[in-house]
Ligand binder design. Structure first.
Ligand code: UDX
Length: 442
């Protein structure tokens, strides 16, 4: 079967390579000619473990190709996957211009029955609008069906998530289209992946409800962590004991500096907006966003408190700029908010990240940061080191060496990667999230 995937970002490229691995003939289309050229030369626009191997394998066996020619791709393909970006707009909604533009372009290229599968995260009602746009702009009297197929992949394990998903959600009004898309995902039947077949609006909502729920777990445990700090409890033990209740589960109960990334902040905001638009507010998600905002602020307070309330002209070393480890992605990373605050308060900031320095520099050229080659250089002369991302590289730092290079031995560990007792025994002022000085019993 021939398939077109529109968009070569995280969602589109992983889907394209994954579908080729499922035995499909896939053309990945993007408007950005330089990106397509790069992909044709075997270079990927971002790093994702396992993706390069998959792309190389299927370009070599000709099941995967790259093109800027949407019309020709649509003419050859029974199924067209939409994986274009859906960024936030300035009013807390979702900017759907890339989706609607793609829908128009598909419409004018249609020469036969086609199934359009939306993988991009889109608000409730968008898939019906896509269908209306295509019906309005199509040049030939051909039928089109729409399937909503939300993507749940995580950066850093996107290939694994595509190949072995917890579930596949397919929403459509058309049993014909559902049968075609189910057939594409047939290899997943062999590994007994559950399929949820449903309507368009339900599929659209599943994605938002899932991400909002995961974000809720994080904000919940962050609030519990803050309470632990007040009462002298240990959040790691609280989270572990909670997670042992199978109804709760242990995942997404790691307290930290607040969630970031390309999905949770954007999707919670959009979910709240959808609730308002339909007159059914999702108040828990509103609170989740507010708690996340406060948690970011709380990190600045921790650093300020560590330096007795005055950080003007103090040198602060930030370790970790990516929103989570194993990615160069800095979108909505907690480090952005901390560094902005520190600079506004007159601090001098140095930073190190194993993968995200270039990206951070590109996105925030206005921020005066001394970017360094390694954690020790970044810590030299600093009055505090703040760990913002739990990269493995930071778990085994030589703390004695770090201490000798710092002006003051202050370590703020927003990811709880160190043992408080050990760090304090080395003479550091140490602060973390929700443990204070309580050693973990686990
Ligand atoms: C997320 C969803 O997991 C994925 O299903 C969806 O398709 C896209 O959004 P991703 O953004 O790649 O994936 O990262 P994820 O691992 O979920 O982490 C998101 C943020 O939450 C990160 O900033 C991370 O540090 C934070 N987080 C995660 C916590 O603070 N605590 C946790 O327990 C888990």
């Amino acid at each position: 079967m021939h398939i077109t995937v529109i968009g070569t970002g995280y969602v589109g490229l992983v889907a394209g390579a994954g579908l080729a691995d499922f035995g499909m003939d896939v053309i990945c289309v993007d408007k950005d000619a330089s990106k397509i050229e790069m992909l044709r030369q075997g270079r990927l626009p971002f790093f994702e473990p396992g993706l390069k191997e998959l792309v190389d394998r299927h370009t070599a066996n000709s099941r995967l190709s790259f093109s800027t020619d949407l019309r020709s791709a649509v003419e050859q393909s029974l199924v067209i996957f939409l994986g274009v970006g859906t960024p936030s707009d300035s009013n807390g909604g979702v900017d759907l211009s890339f989706i609607y533009e793609a829908a128009k372009e598909i419409a004018i290229s249609l020469n036969d029955y086609r199934v359009i599968v939306t993988k991009s995260t889109v608000p409730v009602g968008t898939n019906r609008k896509i269908k209306a746009i295509i019906d309005q702009h199509k040049k030939q009297d051909v039928e089109v069906d729409i399937v909503s197929n939300p993507e749940f992949l995580r950066e850093g394990s996107a290939v694994e998530d595509f190949m072995r998903p917890n579930r596949v959600v397919l929403g459509s009004d058309s049993s014909r289209a559902l049968a075609i898309v189910k057939d594409i995902y047939r290899p997943l039947y062999l590994i007994e992946t559950p399929f949820v077949l449903t309507g368009l609006e339900t599929a659209e909502l599943i994605k938002y409800a899932s991400n909002a729920f995961l974000a809720t777990k994080i904000s919940f445990i962050n609030e519990v962590a803050n309470l632990c700090e007040k009462v002298g409890a240990n959040v790691l033990d609280v989270a572990r004991a909670m997670g042992l209740d199978r109804r709760i589960g242990p995942k997404f109960l790691h307290p930290g500096p607040g969630f970031g990334g390309s999905c949770f902040p954007k999707d919670t905001e959009a979910f709240v907006r959808i609730g308002h638009d339909f007159g059914s507010p999702v108040r828990i998600t509103e609170a989740v966003m507010e708690v996340n905002r406060l948690q970011r602020q709380h990190m600045t307070e921790k650093v300020t408190n560590a330096l007795e309330g005055n950080i003007r002209d103090k040198k602060i070393c930030v370790l970790g700029l990516a929103f989570k480890p194993n990615t160069s992605d800095t979108r909505e990373s907690a480090a952005i908010y901390l560094i902005k605050d520190l600079l506004a308060l007159g601090a001098i900031v140095s930073a190190y990240d194993p993968a995200a320095i270039e990206e951070f520099q590109r996105c925030f050229p206005e921020m005066q940061i001394d970017y360094c080659q390694n954690p020790y250089d970044a810590a030299t002369g600093s009055h505090a080191v703040v760990v913002m991302t739990e990269w493995n590289e930071f778990r085994n730092l030589d703390l004695e060496r770090l201490k000798t290079q710092m002006t003051r031995p202050v370590l703020v560990d927003t990811r709880n990667i160190y043992d408080p007792a050990k760090v304090m025994a080395l003479g550091f002022y140490y602060d973390c999230i929700g443990r204070m000085s309580c050693p973990s019993t686990s």
